[in-house]
Design a protein around this ligand. Structure first.
Ligand code: HEM
Length: 333
């Protein structure tokens, strides 16, 4: 349930974040964000044309990528981003509590430097396509452990801190901090968090699929070590039978709570319902997408994962950090 919410909310956070970025697709390290000083851009260099405006600078995104996927829709994108952020942070707070009250933290926090050589060994195995023995139910290998640690204890808190750092109100109130940690620096670091999450999610999902999908889904969504379809069905139920956010659809339409021209709102909805990046024509399929059974929120109650031997052993890191084959470095290149 926890993992599902995380995944579900992240989809909306990432899409709306990219939408915000596309409104001013340039990043700077310092507050001196004048033309030509960007270190990253998804636009041509600012032309000499004196009539070039911020609106012209914004780029269009396909409806399936951005949220809402309409050019220069930063207001709606902020509404989505900050709204969903709040839920994501609450979910994260619950996760932290569970992590430390169940002792599961031992599986995701390195407690010995040996985790680094072990991780290198595991990486070599992955790269040489001789993958380490999969034992995620008992203990993650060192590379997984480091990746989870970075995601949970560095990237996620950094998303929050840099999110606060982008606030003009805080920036003016805490000048000694914001003079060094400027809004533009916060934006750039926030963007790097996005890059990390995209990298992590890509590798994570690939490994979930390629190292025994059903077994992994059971671990994640049913809390059991089996290779039947129970975990898969749990995920489907949580996602409303496949009609939830995971399929790229929207659980609710994208219109803001109030105001706006009716025509524009209809176009917003059409654009964000997975259709092309149209800002002109509402689609007939909207009705189907907006009504969704909600029965799926009660997943099968997972039996709690038994404490793996790794957490009770004398050296949790070694246990967590090395797989059967990672302790003997691969003979492959
Ligand atoms: C993994 C989680 C997150 C990702 C991937 C993400 C991604 C992004 C991206 C790409 C942008 C556009 C930056 C720009 O060009 O200005 C953005 C904007 C922003 N994000 Fe996040 N974000 C995440 C979590 C958070 C959290 C937890 C907060 C809460 C404090 C937050 C607050 C903001 C704010 C305030 C903005 C600027 C909005 C604006 O310009 O009005 N983000 N985010």
């Amino acid at each position: 349930m926890q993992h599902f919410f995380n995944l579900f909310l992240l989809i909306f956070i990432i899409r709306s974040g990219i939408q915000i970025l596309s409104d001013h697709p340039r990043l700077y390290w310092t507050r001196h964000s004048t033309p030509g000083r960007d270190w990253f851009r998804i636009q041509k260099p600012v032309p000499a044309d004196p009539l070039w405006t911020a609106k012209k600078d914004s780029i269009s995104l396909p409806g399936q990528v951005g949220l809402p996927g309409i050019r220069h829709s930063i207001g709606l994108a902020r509404w989505w981003h900050l709204g969903v952020d709040t839920l994501w942070l609450l979910n994260g707070a619950v996760f932290y509590v569970l992590l430390f009250t169940t002792g599961h933290w031992r599986h995701v926090v390195p407690t010995s430097w040996s985790v680094i050589p072990n991780a290198v060994s595991v990486l070599i195995q992955y790269l040489s396509l001789q993958w380490p023995v999969e034992s995620g139910w008992v203990a993650y290998n060192s590379l997984q452990l480091i990746a989870y640690f970075i995601t949970i204890f560095i990237a996620a808190p950094l998303a929050f801190v840099t999110g606060l750092g982008m606030s003009p109100a805080l920036s003016t109130r805490f000048k000694p901090i914001s003079r060094r940690f400027s809004i533009q620096l916060a934006r750039s670091l926030h963007f790097l968090v996005l890059v990390w999450f995209l990298f992590f999610i890509t590798i994570h999902v690939t490994l979930v699929f390629t190292t025994g999908l059903l077994g992994n889904l059971n671990h994640i969504y049913a809390g059991r070590d089996a290779t039947d379809w129970v975990g898969f069905r749990g995920l489907r139920r949580l996602d409303g039978g496949g009609r939830g956010g995971l399929g790229g659809g929207h659980p609710i339409h994208v219109a803001p709570p109030a105001g706006g021209a009716a025509g524009r709102l209809r176009a917003d909805r059409a654009g964000a319902n997975g259709s092309s990046n149209s800002s002109t024509r509402p689609r007939a399929s909207t009705a189907r997408k907006t009504s969704r059974p909600t029965s799926g929120t009660t997943a099968s109650t997972p039996t709690r994962r038994s404490t793996p031997p790794c957490s009770t052993g004398t050296s949790p890191t070694i246990g967590c950090g090395s797989t059967a084959s990672s302790s003997t470095p691969s003979s492959s290149p």
